[in-house]
Write a protein that binds this ligand. Structure first.
Ligand code: BTN
Length: 264
């Protein structure tokens, strides 16, 4: 069994109060998000971590799949029970992207990843990590949220299908990186950020941090929202997580969702 992402390996590095203290760790799952949703429906407590060495049906954003080979990367989901409106849940993916960026910089100081709205980590245009959030609501309150994260840790260049513009910590640092260390470091940073987000009730404390590592700011960006296109010069995010675009007249256009691309 190739499952080194387990409580025995994680706990020595964990400084959290509740996130990751309960863990479901499997060699293979269809998708850690699906398992986390099932456990959320069954009443599991907030902070539960679900991790797999390999996903047979890893989910990406916009109905895409997530390349999930065994023994290389991190695939995990966190179940959270924030007391907030359903509309605030997408902000969690922005918080998680910043936590992940900073925790990766701690473990691999040579890797300087950028955040791409809404929640990708990129290095030179290649994807290092993706985040997929989902949630369940009862009326106007969120019942639970799932933050699902895939990080390319020890993937080698020859293992990546040609059509996927991806990179990994190993490709960027030239060395094998401990998956448990990356995961524990993320959970430590994320718990603090999550509690700040709850405390402020918005992304206000994260706006400047985002600006410092955004790979879109200052570029001319097109946001695809199905058949609708928004465009302008990216200028940070709002404290509810929308992308600010400045049109040719300097007027602010806000994108609340979609896939953003830099127009070259
Ligand atoms: C994206 O498209 O960028 C989001 C990818 C999210 C992938 C992760 S891997 C762990 C979790 N389980 C899934 O099925 N998806 C997320």
């Amino acid at each position: 069994m190739n499952m080194d992402i387990c409580p025995e390996n994680l706990l020595p590095f964990l400084k959290t109060g509740f996130i990751g203290r309960q863990m479901v760790s499997r060699e293979e799952l269809e998708s850690t998000n699906i398992t986390a949703i099932e456990l959320g429906e069954a009443g599991a407590a907030g902070g539960l971590l679900v991790a797999a060495d390999h996903q047979t049906g890893g989910r990406g954003r916009s109905g895409r799949s997530w390349f999930s080979p065994a023994g290389r990367n991190l695939y995990f989901s966190i179940l959270l029970r924030p007391e907030c409106s359903p509309g605030a849940i997408p902000q969690l993916a922005i918080v998680a992207a910043l936590s992940l960026r900073d925790s990766i910089a701690e473990v691999c100081p040579e890797v300087n990843a950028g955040v791409k709205w809404p929640n990708d980590l990129l290095v030179d245009g290649a994807k290092l990590s993706g985040i997929l959030c989902s949630m369940s609501a009862i009326g106007d309150r969120a019942e639970y949220a799932i933050v699902g994260i895939g990080v390319n840790v020890n993937l080698e260049k020859h293992e990546i299908p040609e059509e996927i513009p991806a990179t990994s910590l190993k490709m960027l640092s030239g060395r094998e990186v401990s998956r448990s260390l990356v995961l524990a470091s993320f959970l430590n940073v994320f718990e603090k950020d999550y509690l700040d987000w709850i405390h402020y009730g918005s992304l206000e404390p994260f706006i400047e941090r985002w600006r410092k590592c955004s790979c879109l700011d200052g570029s001319h960006v097109v946001v695809e929202q199905g058949s609708r296109l928004l465009s302008g010069t990216a200028d940070g995010i709002t404290d509810d997580g929308r992308l600010r675009l400045l049109d040719e007249n300097g007027a602010v256009v806000l994108a609340c969702a979609g896939d953003a691309h830099i127009r070259r």
